[in-house]
Design a protein around this ligand. Structure first.
Ligand SMILES: [Zn+2]
Length: 614
C-alpha cells in the first residue's frame, strides 16, 4: 500500500481547510415564483435578486442550486381540505385572500406560483435532512389554514413540508421558528393537536381565537426596536431547542420587521436584522451548546424594494462568513442580465458557425442570405449582428420574457422589422393584443459622441395595454396605457447588447420631462450644461409628483426665475456609459465643474389655472 504523495496530501488538506471556512448550503428557487400583483408591495424579483447577489459574490454553484416542482394535489391534501382546494378554481375565489379582484390569468398564475413555492419548501426540508442546511427563496405562507387562505397565503408550505417528511417516515420533533413580523397563526392552528411540532412565533399582534396549543407566542406590539426584539429571541429560542429537541428546524426568516418595510410597523435596523438571523443559525447549527440540527430556511414576509437586501446579507454571511453589503437594485438588475448574457455565445446570436466547427452538413445560409445571392441585399440582422432567432434566444435567456409572462401575458411574439424607414424596429406582442407591450427602435450611431460608437435608442415604448390609469399611476404625456414596469430591465438588456457589440454606451433623447426624470437614475446628460440645467429644473419641480411636474412643462408653466421667460422642454441627449473611456469623459472634473455652473440657474413653476376659474 503506497502512502499518498505529499503533493496530493497537501491538495486534499487545503480543500478540507477551505471547506471548514465555507458552509455548504443548498439553494432552492424557481423563476416561476415571480408573480406581479398590481398594487401589491411584494417585490416579485426578491428571490432572483438575492440569488444574483450571491452569484455575483461567487457564493453559488450549479451543484447546490435546485429547481423545485410544483407541489402535487396529493401533497396539498396533507394539510388542506378538498372543499378549500376545489373552491380556489372558482372565479373570484382569491378576492378574500389577496384583498382585491384580479384579472385573468393572474389568479391561475398565483395558484401556480404558490404551489411551486410549496414544492420549494418541501424540497428544502428534504435537503436540510440529508445535507444539513437549505434555503427556499420563497415560501413562508404562514397565514394559510386547512380550510381557508388569508393575507396572500393560499397554501401552508411549511405545514405541507412537515407532513411530506412524515409520509417518508421522518418522526423526530420539529421546531418552527417564525420570526416574520406577523403571527404564524395558520401554522400553529394546523399543529394544535400535534405534539411533535412546536411553533415559536415572535410577532407584533397575536391573532385572537386561534388555538395556542403546542406554540410559544411572544407578542411585542408596535414600533419595536432592536433591543427588545433581540432580547425576546434570546430568551425564547434556546430553552425551546433544549426542551423540544427537534430533529429539524424550519425558520421563517421574514424581513417585514425591518425599519423600512412598506407594510411593517417595526424599527429593526439593518444590523439588528442580521444579528437576529445570525443568532438563530448559531443556536441551531453550532452555537456554544453544540447543536448541529438540520435547518431549512424560507423567506416569508418582506415588502418593498429593499426587502431582498436583508435576506441577501443574511445568506451571504451564511455562505461566506463575511458581512457583505448588497448594491442598489439598478446595479443588481444589470448584474443579473450580464450573468445571463454570458450564457449565450456569439455564434448562437448571429447564426454563424462557431470557430473551428465545420459546416459540412449546413451551409449556414438563411433565406435572407439567398436573397442577397440573388442580388437583393436585404438586411437580415438586428443592429447588423443578431439574427431573429439569436435575438429571441438572447431575450428569452435573459429572463425578460418570463418577467413579461409573470404579468399575465401569454404566447409572446417577437416581431422584427428591419426595413422600417424610421429605423430597425423590434416589437414584443402578446396573444390577443393588437398593441405591442414593448417597441424599440434603435441603430448604431457614430456621430452622437465624437470618436465613439453608441447604441442610439430612437424610440422605446413599454406599456401594459391591460392596465388602467389610477390616481397612483396617472396618465403621463405620450402614454396610451400605463407602463410595463420593466424599464430597468430593458435598459440592462441594452447595456449587455452594447457590451456584446463593443459599443461605448447608450444614447437617447427624452421627449418629455418625465422620461428624463425616470431615466436619470441610470443615465447622465451628454453635455455638462444639460446635466446642470436638468438638476436646476428638478430642484424647482421637486415639490410636485411626476405627472404634475411634466404637466407644468406641457402647459408652459416652467419659467426662468431670473427673466420670467417660459422655459420649454428641449431635446437633450442622455447617455449611459458602458466603456471606461466614455465613463471617464462623463466623470471628468471638467464635466462636473461645467455641470455645477449650469445648475446655478433657477426656475419657478407657475400655478395651474383652475378649470373654469379666472
Ligand atoms: Zn409578515
Amino acid at each position: 500500500m503506497a502512502a499518498p504523495s505529499p503533493s496530493r496530501w497537501i491538495t486534499r488538506a487545503r480543500r478540507r481547510l477551505s471547506e471548514l471556512g465555507r458552509v455548504q448550503v443548498e439553494l432552492v428557487y424557481s423563476r416561476r415564483y415571480q408573480i406581479e400583483l398590481p398594487g401589491a408591495a411584494a417585490d416579485p424579483l426578491r428571490g432572483e435578486r438575492i440569488l444574483a447577489f450571491l452569484a455575483a459574490q461567487g457564493l453559488t454553484s450549479a451543484r447546490h442550486l435546485h429547481t423545485p416542482e410544483a407541489a402535487t394535489y396529493r401533497q396539498l391534501r396533507f394539510v388542506h381540505t378538498d372543499d378549500y382546494i376545489d373552491s380556489l378554481s372558482r372565479p373570484g375565489a382569491l378576492l378574500p385572500i389577496v384583498g382585491f379582484d384580479l384579472p385573468d390569468p393572474l389568479p391561475d398564475r398565483i395558484l401556480e406560483a404558490q404551489r411551486r413555492m410549496v414544492g420549494g419548501t418541501i424540497l428544502a426540508a428534504h435537503l436540510a435532512l440529508t445535507r444539513g442546511l437549505a434555503i427556499n427563496f420563497g415560501g413562508g405562507l404562514h397565514h394559510a389554514y386547512a380550510d381557508r387562505g388569508e393575507r396572500f397565503c393560499l397554501w401552508n408550505d411549511v405545514a405541507i413540508a412537515i407532513h411530506d417528511l412524515r409520509e417518508g417516515g421522518f418522526s423526530a420533533p420539529v421546531l418552527v421558528v417564525d420570526l416574520d413580523l406577523h403571527d404564524g397563526d395558520g401554522t400553529r392552528a394546523l399543529f394544535a393537536d400535534d405534539p411533535t411540532v412546536h411553533v415559536l412565533s415572535i410577532h407584533n399582534r397575536t391573532t385572537p381565537g386561534v388555538s395556542t396549543a403546542g406554540a410559544t407566542l411572544v407578542e411585542l406590539g408596535s414600533g419595536v426596536e432592536d433591543g427588545p426584539y433581540l432580547a425576546a429571541i434570546e430568551a425564547g429560542l434556546p430553552p425551546l431547542l433544549a426542551s423540544v429537541r427537534p430533529g429539524l428546524v424550519l425558520y421563517l426568516a421574514g424581513c417585514d420587521p425591518a425599519w423600512d418595510d412598506e407594510i411593517g410597523d417595526w424599527q429593526i435596523t439593518d444590523a439588528g436584522m442580521l444579528a437576529r438571523d445570525r443568532f438563530v443559525v448559531e443556536q441551531v447549527r453550532g452555537g456554544r451548546k453544540g447543536h448541529r440540527l438540520p435547518l431549512a430556511i424560507v423567506l416569508a414576509g418582506g415588502y418593498g424594494q429593499r426587502a431582498w437586501t436583508y435576506s441577501a446579507r443574511f445568506f451571504a454571511w451564511l455562505l461566506s462568513g463575511k458581512v457583505l453589503t448588497p448594491p442598489s437594485s439598478e446595479d443588481m438588475t444589470l448584474a443579473r442580465y450580464r450573468a445571463t448574457a454570458a450564457l449565450s455565445s456569439s455564434h448562437e446570436l448571429t447564426g454563424e458557425e462557431a470557430p473551428g466547427k465545420s459546416g459540412a452538413d449546413d451551409w449556414g445560409l438563411s433565406p435572407e442570405d439567398l436573397a442577397a445571392v440573388g442580388g437583393v441585399r436585404a438586411r437580415s440582422r438586428f443592429l447588423g449582428f443578431y439574427t431573429r432567432q439569436g435575438l429571441e434566444l438572447a431575450i428569452e435567456r435573459s429572463g425578460l420574457l418570463d418577467r413579461v409572462r409573470a404579468r399575465g401575458f401569454s404566447r409572446l411574439i417577437l416581431d422584427l422589422e428591419l426595413d422600417n424607414p424610421g429605423g430597425e424596429t423590434l416589437r414584443l406582442k402578446a396573444d390577443g393584443l393588437n398593441e405591442p407591450l414593448i417597441e424599440l427602435r434603435a441603430r448604431i450611431d457614430r456621430n452622437a459622441v465624437p470618436e465613439m460608437a453608441m447604441l442610439r435608442v430612437e424610440w422605446l415604448l413599454l406599456q401594459n395595454p391591460r392596465a388602467r390609469f389610477t390616481a397612483e399611476r396617472p396618465r403621463l404625456p405620450g402614454q396610451h396605457h400605463p407602463g410595463l414596469g420593466l424599464l430597468q430591465d430593458v435598459i440592462a438588456l441594452l447595456v449587455v447588447a452594447c457590451e456584446r457589440l463593443h459599443l461605448d454606451g447608450l444614447v437617447f433623447v427624452p421627449a418629455y420631462y418625465h422620461t428624463a426624470a425616470q431615466g436619470k437614475r441610470l443615465l447622465r446628460f451628454l453635455s455638462p450644461e444639460h446635466e446642470g440645467l436638468f438638476q436646476a429644473i428638478q430642484a424647482a419641480l421637486a415639490p410636485f409628483p411626476l405627472d404634475e411636474a411634466t404637466a407644468a412643462f406641457e402647459e408652459g408653466r416652467v419659467v426662468d426665475a431670473a427673466t420670467g421667460q417660459v422655459f420649454r422642454w428641449q431635446p437633450m441627449a442622455m447617455v449611459l456609459p458602458v466603456t471606461d473611456r466614455l465613463q471617464q469623459q462623463l466623470m471628468a472634473p471638467d464635466y462636473e465643474r461645467q455641470a455645477e455652473a449650469a445648475a446655478q440657474r433657477s426656475f419657478a413653476v407657475r400655478p395651474a389655472k383652475r378649470p373654469g376659474g379666472g
